[in-house]
Design a protein around this ligand. Structure first.
Ligand SMILES: Nc1nc2[nH]cnc2c(=O)[nH]1
Length: 473
């Protein structure tokens, strides 16, 4: 990636869609986004304004224009990714969570003691996520400090916004070949990663952030949970963990601690404004109130929940309570790395929760009323909602936000979007979100820097078609 395509200090002209709130989207046709030198949106000029007309006449070359047929969306924010599990994407999804962890997942994660293996898997993962439009990812790494450092180094080098945690798991129910030796090692390793990321010479803008990452209560001693809670308070780092994911995981914490997962994490100081709990399917109403009170967020992983969670997360109820929610692919509990798929599955799961699934029951007894969400809400959660949950200034095209964005080429011949003349903006957005595939994702920017372009992929089937319109890219 060179300087071309970098929109810092320039103006990008084109049509954009965003959804700053869960219940509506805005389509801004032929807008001009003024990006400052640090990659933040300094101004949004709407067509018809005097400033827009003045800049439209500018011939200095500072205005870059998206080609006809392209639209911009905010980059996707994936709130739950197990980076080391990428090599088993789509595999071994037919066993319960606890079996999947012990039989497949822990042995795979143990392989990241080998830095060559880690470099190959993590390099491919970051490239693939960027190509899919994921501009921000909240990553669980592994217990290994060197491989976690490597993941941070790769994200910094490749320009992805990322939050990264060394996984802490010291309980002796975890296999000997894959766990921290004790609570001290779990906490010291976490601190080492915080220090590495914060002191990294290439990370002066803080695009990569460290995360305190107790895997989940069933993998940690109380001593480790306590030490990690103190470390989070001392450093102000984000926190991530799994919470009340499945019948088994939820029941385990009740049995061991005599309270809910959320209550137990809270008493260790692990639930705060920068905490994200993954899954959370079995949160009670008072658990949700607790998370709302603390300002914490949930990573909703609709795809993975279908395989491992034994229930559907009551998303609409959570949103009505004012809980921060973002979406997660949960690579590899979910079989797809695509945040487009995550949005589609979010809508589908909510519809199944609302209608119910057992045709043997009368319709009135089958589901949970008022549970559905629509694609606009899912789009919000995949962008601005995830950003809010992570407390990051991205996710929409508003003044002051960082320009993390993707350009969708709705006409890419190898793509899967088929729009017909005269589509209303709501139909264009639905068409993009439901139909787009990787071939439609033409450009990806983080902080105004072009981090991925169709040029990096296979040659375009219509070479040069738009070269004149967007020459700098
Ligand atoms: N889905 C999922 N749940 C977990 N609970 C503890 N570890 C994991 C994991 O790797 N994936």
């Amino acid at each position: 990636m060179g300087g071309s395509g970098d929109v810092r200090g320039r103006v990008l002209r084109g049509t954009f869609f965003h959804a700053p709130s869960p219940d509506g989207f805005e389509c801004c046709a032929d807008a001009m986004l003024v990006i400052d030198a640090a990659g933040a949106i300094a101004d949004v000029l709407r067509a018809g304004s005097g400033e827009h007309a003045a800049l439209a006449a500018d011939e200095s070359g500072q205005v870059m224009r998206l080609p006809e047929g392209s639209v911009m969306l905010p980059g996707f924010v994936d709130c739950h990714v197990h980076a080391p599990q990428f090599p088993q994407l789509g595999l071994a999804l037919d066993v319960p969570l606890e079996t999947w962890l012990m039989r497949y997942t822990f042995p795979l994660e143990a392989r990241y003691a080998d830095l060559d293996f880690a470099a190959r898997a993590y390099g491919q993962l970051v490239d693939d996520l960027l190509a899919g439009g994921t501009t921000t990812a909240l990553y669980f790494a592994t217990v290994h400090v060197p491989a976690t450092r490597l993941l941070a180094d790769l994200c910094i080098k490749k320009g992805q916004r990322a939050l990264i945690g060394k996984v802490a798991m010291d309980l002796d129910t975890c296999p000997d070949f894959y766990r921290d030796a004790d609570a001290d090692e779990a906490v010291a390793g976490t601190r080492a990663i915080i220090d590495h990321i914060r002191a990294h010479a290439g990370n002066s803008e803080g695009r990569v952030l460290p995360v305190v990452t107790p895997r989940f209560i069933p993998a940690c001693t109380d001593e480790a949970l306590e030490g990690l809670g103190q470390l989070a308070a001392e450093t102000g780092a984000h926190v991530q963990t799994h919470c009340s994911e499945s019948d088994w995981a939820h029941g385990y914490v009740r049995e061991r601690h005599g309270m809910s997962d959320a209550e137990s994490l809270d008493r260790f100081g692990l639930v705060g404004r920068r905490s994200i709990v993954a899954h959370a399917n079995f949160l009670s109403g008072s658990d949700m109130d607790l998370l709302v009170q603390r300002g914490a967020g949930v990573a909703h992983c609709a795809h993975s929940n279908a395989y491992f969670a034994n229930a559907v997360f009551p998303l609409r109820r959570a949103l009505e309570k004012g809980l921060h929610v973002g979406l997660g692919t949960d690579i590899s509990g979910g079989p797809s790395a695509s945040m487009l798929d995550a949005q589609r599955m979010t809508v589908a799961a909510s519809r199944m929760l609302e209608d119910g699934v057992d045709a043997g029951l009368p319709a009135g007894e089958r589901g949970c009323r008022d549970s559905r969400v629509d694609m606009v809400t899912a789009f919000h959660l995949a962008t601005a909602g995830g950003a809010e949950a992570l407390d990051l200034p991205v996710g929409s095209f508003e003044i002051g936000r960082k320009f993390d964005a993707i350009a969708i080429d709705t006409e890419a011949a190898e793509g899967t979007i088929r729009l017909f003349d005269g589509s209303a903006p709501s139909d264009v957005l639905a068409g993009v979100l439901y139909q787009a595939s990787r071939a439609n994702i033409a450009h990806v920017w983080v902080d105004g820097r072009l981090v991925r372009s169709h040029r990096d992929a296979a040659p375009r089937s219509k070479p040069g078609l738009r070269a004149g319109a967007f020459a700098a890219i």
